[in-house]
Ligand binder design. Structure first.
Ligand code: LMR
Length: 395
């Protein structure tokens, strides 16, 4: 079975972490995989997470199975994080815990394919590098729609709406709820409303990838697009993650939320989701969800977590502005658009050769697509990175 296998290609994002780790140069800068780094360049454990873990060690009495839906307290807390409590959408939503946002997307893919076997999924161009592989593995046909123009740093809204005319009631539209990965560019409120109107007219289902809630403009602001969509359509699916906003990356803490036409329909839909999970990984890992449930359920811890999240968000906004200030007057590509985008990621608009130059000559690691995780910038490396961006974009 294995004898004829050649070396497998590295994952476009995870492979970057291995290359970075193997580089001995002291100037090296990791702008690859999407993790938040603090001002010292470290991937930290949040204080609130440490405190909740301590509480868990002291109080957890059993490691018995829970269920395919995971931790019910976590599920309720995540539902209320995505949809305002008391809102119509909150009442029609049901959440299950999943192994990370990726697990949520894969379960969503399997579920969608089971319910709409002929349906296609429309993915933005560009999108997260794992989306096509993940939905292909679930057996769903993929259509791409124009989303972002790397040359101008602008949303291709008109082209996108024209392409989405092809949606049918069997199809699913994947949108990034906030902090679009990789472009950092999101629709505004009027554009979200237009997308919602189009979905309602076509009868297609939105699948919202919500991996960066709180990393754009704030918790409330970042869920505004989803709230607008939910006001326009009867049904939607949200795949969310606590990897970034709770910095729980390796604990694989995510959720899948189904919104149906009525609360009873939502209960029935959730019932049909559970066997999909059972046949996949049976049930999600507990630890991260237990930690998040405790933080969100304790008023003091929650307030402290919100300020930790604000700290992460504002640090990224600050280094974005600092980078643009450092690039000013150096010539090369105009990178000023980087200052106002949302979340960790940006497309640098560099060719593959220029990205290679960044890696080989400057020891700066972005993905081959020219995506940079700007959360990897610190006061100690931002001037060096600006010098490198200007130098490679000249050539
Ligand atoms: C990223 O886009 O870098 C993150 O979402 C991590 C991953 O799993 O790819």
């Amino acid at each position: 079975m294995f004898a004829d296998l050649k070396d497998a290609p590295a994952d476009p994002i995870l492979g970057m972490a291995q290359l970075f780790a193997a580089d001995p140069d002291p100037r090296k800068v990791d702008l690859g995989i999407g993790v938040y780094k603090d001002a010292a360049g470290d991937v930290i454990v949040l204080d609130t997470v440490k405190q909740a873990e301590q509480w868990l060690v002291e109080t957890q009495a059993s490691k018995g199975y829970i269920s395919s839906a995971g931790n019910p307290v976590y599920n309720d807390a995540i539902r209320a994080l995505i949809f305002r409590e008391g809102s119509d959408a909150h009442g029609r939503a049901r959440t299950v815990q999943t192994p990370g946002g990726t697990g949520a997307l894969r379960v969503a893919g399997d579920f969608i394919h089971r319910l709409r076997p002929r349906g296609r999924i429309f993915l933005p161009d560009p999108t997260w590098a794992n989306h096509p592989a993940l939905f292909t593995a679930a057996g769903i046909g993929i259509v791409t729609y124009p989303y972002y123009d790397v040359a101008t740093g602008q949303l291709r809204f008109d082209a996108m709406m024209a392409a989405l005319e092809a949606l049918t009631a069997d199809d699913t539209l994947l949108v990034h709820g906030c902090c679009h990965n990789p472009s950092g560019t999101d629709p505004d409120a009027a554009q979200w409303a237009a997308i919602g109107d189009l979905l309602a007219a076509k009868g297609a289902t939105p699948l919202v990838d919500l991996a960066y809630l709180g990393f754009g403009q704030g918790l409330e602001e970042d869920r505004a697009g989803i709230a607008i969509l939910a006001g326009k359509v009867r049904e939607m699916i949200v795949a969310s993650s606590c990897s970034k906003n709770f910095a729980l990356y390796r604990e694989r803490t995510g959720a899948l939320t189904l919104v149906a036409g009525t609360p009873a329909q939502a209960d029935a839909a959730k019932g049909h989701l559970l066997p999909v999970i059972r046949a996949n990984y049976s049930m999600p890992p507990d630890h991260g969800a237990a930690v998040v449930a405790h933080i969100l359920g304790d008023a003091g811890l929650r307030a402290r977590w919100e300020s930790e999240l604000t700290g992460m968000r504002t640090r990224i906004q600050d280094v974005r502005r600092r980078l643009v200030a450092q690039l000013d007057g150096r010539g090369g590509r105009d990178f000023s658009y980087l200052a106002e985008q949302n979340g960790m990621f940006a497309l640098l608009g560099l060719s593959r050769d220029q990205v290679q130059k960044l890696r080989n000559d400057w020891h700066i690691y972005a993905t081959d697509s020219g995506r940079a995780n700007l959360a990897g910038l610190t006061a100690g490396n931002v001037d060096y990175v600006a010098e490198a961006f200007a130098a490679v974009s000249h050539g």
